[in-house]
Write a protein that binds this ligand. Sequence first.
Ligand code: SAJ
Length: 417
Amino acid sequence: KKICVVGLGYIGLPTAAVFAKAGYEIVGVDVSEKVVNSLNNGEIHIEEVGLPEMVKQVVQTGNLRASLTPEEADVFLIAVPTPIHDDYSADVNYVISATKSIVPYLKKGNIVIVESTIPPRTMDDIVAPIIQEAGFDTQNEIYLAHCPERVLPGRILIELIENTRIVGGTTPIAARKAADVYRSVVKSEVIETEAVTAEMSKLMENTFRDVNIALANELAKISQKLGVNAHRVIELANKHPRVNIHQPGPGVGGHCLAVDPYFIIEKAQDESPLIQEARRINNSMPDFVVENVEKLTMQLANPKIAVFGLTYKGNIDDVRESPALEIYEKLASNPRFEVVAYDPHVRDDQVSFKLASFKEATADAHVAVILADHNEFKQLTVEDFAKMRTKVVLDTKNCTTLTGDDIKVYKIGDLST
Ligand code: SAJ
């Protein structure tokens, strides 16, 4: 069987590699010549645990190759981004153009799967009509399904195989046919449902997490006001068998949690006040971190602030919608501060300023602000901060275990030391 995967990003590329490894013939399509060329040389442009080795192997065996244009195949799998416009409405243009791009190559009996996260009813109201306008019957000739990706960056190759998959067909036959494709590689359950139910369940998974993180972030603010240690409160409350308070942090980033709730809000504005408030709370966290930095440096005329971590979470290289970047920019725009940033996972071409080395960042710094829980940061010791002018650390991810008489470590949700 041959699968044409359209979009070779964080989801499309690992998915293509996993199917290739399972023995499928895969052609991966991307609009970027750079991505296509590097993939054909067995190299990849994103960072994900285990992916470089797997891609190298399946390119060598010939099971995976990349192209700028789609080709005829048995299955088409669309994994392109769905960003939001400035007014927070969903931008489904990449899904539309990816669907249109495969139309010339479609044959009766083909299965078309959209993995991109999409607003409710996109399969029925946008994707199906494009295929129908091309002259195909979407009941009996082309089988359409939405199979939302649910993998966690950093664990993608494991979760692609182990997570339960939801396959929403625009017809029951389409759901079954698309589900069978996944059954050949997924170890756990593959559940068939309607397209709109699959769309909505995907959006609610990320909304659930966003709302719960907002609760934790609100607790962090309340705790700082009341002089309570939020982390200890969470630890103790979570001893209850039915309580699972999430972790507060510098905000919610990435291309999923910070985006997907808006797809629901857009379709049900009046019915979604809780989801909207959660977004507001999480979006307010960068300001809260900046305020904390200001509090900690009140006595200093021109403090040097060393920012550690710019990605949206730990152990990845993704800076999309990263609250850490926003915090860096907010700090840097304050003329009182000298701000430098260090991130072992980020390259200079991903950001609009010059990154510092660890040594440059800590030299003569007054405050180190940790914004990502990279493993490299979890292992830091007091000696690593020896060159700081004042050894003050604000750990917004509660990920360090620094202790010592001459270092002050503050955490978000606990400004006591
Ligand atoms: N975060 C917190 N506190 C927490 C957990 C996370 O502040 O307790 C922050 C992170 O630092 C990060 C953001 O939330 O900025 C999102 O991180 P994440 O690890 O929760 O999730 P993502 O965005 O990397 O991936 C999510 C996952 N969804 C769920 O866990 C429900 C993943 O399974 C999805 O496939 C992915 O979104 C997606 O593509 O939709």
